[in-house]
Each structure stands twice: as C-alpha cells, then as structure tokens.
Design a protein around this ligand. Structure first.
Ligand SMILES: [Zn+2]
Length: 126
C-alpha cells in the first residue's frame, strides 16, 4: 500500500495515522484512535485486526468471514466523529453498498482499557 492520506479523515498520512496500528503493530493510545483505526481496518479489509481489537468476551458474536464480507462488499468513503469521551465514540461511517447506493452507519461505541490495551466492546445503533 502506498503512503496516502489516511482513510479515517484526520488528514494525516496513513503511515502517521492508522498505519501505526494496522501496519506497525503499535497500540492505539485512546478509544478514539482505536475507533479510527477500526474504520481504516474496514477500508483495508483487515478482518484480523477487527477481531483482535474486539473485547475478548464479545468476539463470539463475530466471525472473520462475516467481517470480511461486510468490509469488502462496501466502499468506505468517510468517517465522521460526532462526539467522544475517554471510553466512548459516536460516529457516522459513510459508504456505498454493493449496489453503489450511499449509506450511513451511525454508531455510539463503547470501549474498554485492559492490560494496557484498548478494545471495542459494543455499539448502540439508531
Ligand atoms: Zn487514520
């Protein structure tokens, strides 16, 4: 992958943004950074990262195949952060579905910090 502008809309280069976590195995230092990196993981079809950054007790609700299908069947266009706290992030993800119809995924996500690592726990959707 070339070093282009990051998917998560910070305006930073990928290598200086989510690439730190997705490519160089650094740990996201905040729930917001983890959330942004998970969006970039969808955009780059990195199902392993999405599973690894899901809190362990929640992983049973997901399968790598389903994550990969969701990631690859949509075209990820933009992430918009609406609000965030230390352990929550409210956002909209803009994408085109398989029929190229514009969609917006709204979510209020909760994260947990454990053993020096941030994890995605779950989300509320409206
Ligand atoms: Zn990023």
């Amino acid at each position: 992958m070339e070093n282009s502008i990051c998917f998560c809309d910070t305006g930073l280069l990928f290598d200086d943004c989510c690439g730190l976590y997705l490519r160089n195995n650094q740990k996201a230092l905040s729930a917001l950074a983890l959330m942004r990196s998970r969006y970039s993981a969808y955009a780059t079809h990195n199902a392993d990262y999405l599973l690894e950054t899901t809190y362990i007790t929640e992983r049973k609700y997901y399968s790598k195949a389903e994550i990969l299908k969701w990631a690859t069947s949509n075209k990820w266009q933009k992430l918009e952060i609406l609000s965030f706290t230390e352990n929550t992030v409210e956002f909209k993800a803009y994408f085109l579905n398989a029929e190229n119809v514009p969609q917006i995924h709204y979510e209020f996500s909760t994260f947990k910090f454990e053993n020096g690592t941030w994890f995605y726990v779950d989300g509320k959707f409206e």
